[in-house]
Every structure is written in C-alpha cells, then in structure tokens.
Ligand binder design. Structure first.
Ligand code: ATP
Ligand code: MG
Length: 305
C-alpha cells in the first residue's frame, strides 16, 4: 500500500490510499482492516473532515444534478456487520434525497432467476444527474454464489454453459458491463468494506447483548462466518479480476466505523471532483428571458404581491 504519511492525509490522499485499479498483484493481506491513516479517533481529529466531506458532497451533487450528463453508481460489498448500512446512511446525509437512489439486493426471486443475473440490476441503474447506491450487487454472483455452489444450480443456466471457466467468464462480463456503463457517462466506483474476523465477532456479540440491536442479528450470519476463509478468497479473486481504471475497487478499512465513514465520504467527494460537474451556462435567448422575468417581477405594484 506504499508509505503512509505522518500527517493526516486529506481527501485526495485518502481516496488514493485505498484505490485498486490494477488487480493483478492485489493481496487482501496487504490491507489492514484496522488502518486509520494516521487519524487517532473520531473525536480527536476526524469531525472537521467528516463535515467537510458532507458539505462538498452536497455542493458537487447539486451541480451534477443541474448538469444532467453524468450518472454515478456506488457499489457496496462486505461481510455481514461490516457497516454497509451505516456507511450508506452517512453518505446519504450529505446528499439531496431527490438526486439519490438506493437499492438493496437480496437473494434473487423466482422471477429474477428466470433471467440473466444482470437483468435485475439494469432496471436499477441511476439516471443522468443522479447517484445510485447499490447495497450488495451483481458481485454477489461471484461471492455468495461461488462460496455456495448450490446457488449456481438454482440459476437454471443450460448445463453446457456451466464449466470450470464460469467465474472467469463472469469477471469478464462484469468488466465489459462496467466499461459499457463508463462509455455512457455512468461512473462506477466499488467499495469493499474490509472487516476483520475478530471485529465481526465483537459486533455479532453486541447484537446479541444489546436489546436495541437484537433485530440486526440473524443466525444465518453465524453460519456464513463459518465460510470466512472461502469468502476472503472469493473477495480477493474478485478484486484481482474486476479492478479496472474505469471502475476501481476501494478496499476501505472497516474495523472502525467512524473511519469507514470518513474514507468513503472522501472517496465519494474525490469521485465527484474528478467528474467536475458544472451548472449549465445560459445562452443569449435564455438570458434575455431571465432579464424580462426580473423586470416583470420588480415592476409589479405592491398590491399585486
Ligand atoms: P445485509 O446483510 O446486506 O445487511 P439483510 O440482512 O437485510 O442485508 P439479507 O436477508 O441478509 O438482508 O439479504 C442479503 C442476502 O442476500 C445475503 O446473504 C446475500 O448473500 C444474498 N444475496 C444477494 N444477492 C444474491 C445473489 N445474486 N444470489 C444469491 N444470494 C444473494
Ligand atoms: Mg444479512
């Protein structure tokens, strides 16, 4: 991951620090789930940057919406209890709800299984000017479906098409799909919230012990924890094969929730900055219209108001 600077990295550096765009040599073990990039704690030194990110997001999103050319797709993948929901909530706190769409992808329905796996995704892609957030995504197709082979059998693919190369083919199809999106002005950014097994245990226990968190607990989460190593391998291979220039992965440390929010916020800001949206400029005819409208309004008698 390179050398860390002693001082706090700012938005750009944070985004760079966790970005993977060439997957070939990617190793999950090089990324520390407990990393905080030199920040000490939420209270000590993060609030300013958290606030800055939220404000910048709002400002840039307003332009993105007004310009109405680019769309942004933010994809979140992680093990259970990594903080996807909380992180999405934080990102949303900086955005105008009118310009964001959030979709959560669960196990596919019978209807969805009757289609190719990108079908349900395509219907949820963001419009121009909008930010789409995927809470889980088509990446489940190379994660949970890879770890639990029986899920692949349920997908009703013609037998002849299910060979050893199926995962490689899926990576390739996903890369092509994301390239297609980016060629159409849809900017794709992917987040893997990188949680340690130890911290997951701690969070599960607190879900069991704290009455207000009980609802979050599901016994199937414990079952999936048993496949931890398989999932780590699947995530690693997924990132190796689908991290690209146009749709990079961000491997964000997830053992400290405040830091996950800080880093993801910074990455979203950096993404919007790179798009560099601008308010549309008015042409001469429109400017004349505006002038006339102003004259009409200011020329009105008080009793007309
Ligand atoms: P989360 O765990 O994301 O907070 P949740 O607990 O509200 O969400 P779950 O019922 O756990 O909801 O739904 C997500 C589940 O759906 C996960 O176990 C995930 O692996 C599974 N899933 C998502 N997409 C697919 C897919 N394409 N094929 C099979 N399973 C999928
Ligand atoms: Mg769940």
């Amino acid at each position: 991951m390179g050398k860390y600077s002693k001082t706090h990295p700012q938005v750009k550096d944070l985004a760079k620090r966790y970005r993977v765009e060439k997957g070939k040599n990617f190793r999950l073990k090089d990324y520390d789930p407990g990393d905080t990039a030199g920040f000490k704690s939420e209270k000590a030194d993060a609030p300013e940057l958290l606030q800055h990110n939220v404000e910048m997001m709002a400002r840039l999103q307003d332009k993105l919406y007004a310009e109405n050319r680019w769309g942004v797709l933010l994809i979140f993948q992680a093990m259970d209890a990594a903080g996807k929901d909380g992180t999405i909530k934080h990102v949303m706190s900086g955005l105008n709800p009118q310009g964001v769409q959030v979709y959560s992808f669960k196990s596919p329905s019978a209807e969805e299984l009757d289609h190719d796996y990108l079908w349900r995704t395509s219907k949820c892609l963001p419009e121009r000017g909008r930010i789409g957030i995927f809470n889980r995504s088509y990446y489940e197709e190379v994660l949970v479906v890879r770890v639990h082979h029986e899920l692949l059998n349920a997908e009703k693919l013609p037998e002849r098409l299910v060979g050893k190369k199926i995962w490689e083919q899926r990576y390739e199809d996903i890369n092509n799909f994301e390239k297609y999106l980016s060629n159409n002005g849809m900017v794709v950014r992917k987040f893997f919230l990188n949680l340690s097994k130890r911290e997951q245990k701690r969070r599960f226990l607190s879900r069991l012990d704290d009455a207000d968190k009980n609802w979050k607990f599901s016994t199937s989460d414990i079952k999936e924890r048993g496949f931890w190593k398989d999932y780590q391998n699947a995530y690693e291979e997924m990132i190796q094969n689908t991290a690209t220039d146009c749709a990079p992965w961000y491997v964000v440390p997830a053992d400290n929730k405040w830091f996950t929010r800080l880093a993801v916020g910074a990455i979203v800001v950096q993404t919007l900055k790179e798009i560099d949206p601008a308010y549309p400029r008015m042409d001469k005819a429109k400017m004349d219209d505006l002038k006339k409208a102003k004259e009409l309004l200011t020329g009105q008698m008080p009793e007309e108001e």
